[in-house]
Design a protein around this ligand. Structure first.
Ligand code: ADP
Length: 489
């Protein structure tokens, strides 16, 4: 809106008509005092101000307006009939006007000026608005930065109080913080020296950064003042914000004592299982001798007892072998002896062993699926061990069911073997850990005997064959344990 200020009604009238003819919205004031009151209440885009007025003259009005924050930016055009003298014009500009028009007014020129100033005022308003938005954005960013700094300080404080070596790094993997403990192991923000036999931390972390996944690895590092490497568990986890990694936080935890105890336990297992194997082999041999010398017709009950002893010996022998395997896996000594063999012949033979070594077995073991008539190349004894484990578990954990199904399938140059039972099943949570060392489902662990190492060994055997292993199961309905083996051309 434009405000015309003049103490002569005829002047106001003609100017108002002129501006309204060009669709400007116009307001009027008959004195400087009235103009000031109006400016306080309404927002004007332009003021056309007569210089000679009774009471406050135009210059005084302009000076007062420039003192108010609300009106200081409103453009003012002075209209004057008398003061065409240069010093008055200068005074007009000095008091806050942006143009000085002398009477008689040329309507076209005045209109052009009004339009230009009007547009300028609108643009100034837009600029002011933009500036305000920018200012508030800067303010918000400042606050976010301060908040972030507080969080980082808090994180550093926490890492400083940890008993572990700790560090943080930016999203590109540049270490930007290390705690004091770190300095016992490295002089600067680089990883401590690792044992020559351990993999490179930098390489392993590079790989985990590609997929933004946490890194967990066991490495041996040593203090700067020592020559002894000690086992540490290194964990580096990504911190995500809005779906992308902004930081990495890492710790080295000393697990050397734990490792030494584990080593001693493995040595103990290895020695004990070796020692147990020798008398067991003798017992087996003598039992076989006794069985051969029995008269099967007259000594039938004894024959039955011997059958049971043999079944228990089979279990004992498997248990000892498993214990031995555990220590072999820990030492990386579980080696494969790959040769060609027929998988179906092996499956049939395993079913036979299972039937003969399980007294009074009521469950029927069926075979299904595609026949692969070529030989596969794998370690037959180890694959037999996996199948025996799957079938023994299927019988153990499905005591009241009638059948177990062994299936084979060939897909994408891979052989899939699965064992399905209709027993107690495994809930989703337990399925994730079922192949871990010593893991047993707590709920059923009291009802069924076991050590929780069979599946762990199976997983290692299949992993060494570059195959996959897994389970599909429904709690209360049954389970399908499977493994795959790559078929060579
Ligand atoms: P173990 O049977 O000696 O405990 P395993 O390593 O063979 O050890 O199995 C680990 C655990 O997996 C078992 O304790 C059992 O809880 C679960 N499990 C294995 N096979 C089955 C199955 N067929 N049905 C239900 N649970 C099973």
């Amino acid at each position: 809106m434009i405000l015309i200020v003049d103490d002569k009604a005829e002047n106001i009238y003609s100017l108002k008509r002129l501006l309204e003819s060009k669709n400007f919205v116009v307001d009027t004031a008959m004195s400087g005092e009235e103009a000031l009151k109006k400016v306080l209440k309404t927002s004007y885009a332009l003021i056309i101000l007569d210089v000679q007025m009774l009471g406050m003259d135009g210059f005084e009005v302009a000076e007062t307006l420039s003192g108010f924050s609300k009106s200081k930016n409103i453009p003012i055009i002075f209209l004057s009939a008398v003061n065409i003298d240069k010093k008055f014009i200068t005074k007009g500009y000095a008091s806050g006007g942006i143009d000085y028009v002398t009477k008689p007014v040329d309507p076209d020129i005045l209109l052009l000026k009004v339009k230009t100033f009007y547009r300028l005022y609108e643009q100034t308003l837009i600029l002011n608005e933009t500036q305000k938005t920018l200012r508030s954005e800067i303010e918000t960013r400042k606050q976010v930065q301060e908040e972030l700094k507080k969080r980082v300080d808090h994180l550093h404080f926490t890492l400083e109080s940890l008993p572990q070596l700790a560090f943080t790094a930016d999203c590109k993997g540049n270490i930007d913080f290390i705690n004091k403990k770190w300095l016992f192991y490295s002089n600067e923000a680089t990883f401590p020296e690792t044992h020559p036999e351990d993999g490179s931390i930098t390489e392993a972390w590079k790989n985990s950064r590609i997929n933004d996944t946490p890194l967990e690895m066991e490495v041996r590092i040593k203090r700067l003042d020592s020559t002894n490497f000690k086992f540490h568990l290194l964990r580096i986890v990504p911190i995500q914000e809005n779906g992308s990694v902004v930081k990495w936080v890492g710790t080295f935890t000393d697990i050397d004592d734990q490792k030494q105890i584990e080593k001693k336990k493995d040595e103990f297992l290895s020695i004990t299982s070796h020692e147990l194997k020798t008398p067991l082999t003798s017992i087996k041999a003598y039992i076989q001798l006794i069985e051969r010398n029995l008269d099967h017709k007259t000594e039938k009950p004894i024959h039955n007892y011997i059958g049971r002893v043999q079944a228990q010996l089979f279990k004992l022998s498997n248990l000892i072998s498993d214990l031995l395997d555990i220590s072999k896996i820990e030492n990386g000594k579980l080696k494969l002896n790959k040769k060609p063999f027929n998988i179906h012949r092996l499956i049939d033979s395993v079913i036979d062993i299972i039937i003969h070594t399980h007294d009074n077995l009521k469950i029927k073991i069926l075979t299904r699926g595609e026949v692969y008539d070529k030989n596969i190349i794998a370690d037959e004894i180890r694959i037999e061990q996996v199948l025996i484990n799957y079938l023994t578990n299927a019988i153990k954990y499905a005591p009241d069911s009638e059948t177990i199904i062994v299936s084979t399938e060939i897909k994408n140059n891979t052989l899939l073997v699965s064992v399905t039972d209709f027993g107690i099943g495994i809930c989703d949570d337990d399925q994730k850990s079922i192949f871990d060392k010593f893991y047993r489902v707590e709920e059923s662990s009291l009802r069924f005997q076991g050590l929780g190492i069979g599946l762990y060994i199976c997983a290692d055997i299949i992993r060494q064959h570059e195959g996959t292993i897994g389970v599909h199961s429904k709690y209360g309905k049954g389970s399908t344990f499977f493994f795959t083996l790559p078929l060579s051309n």
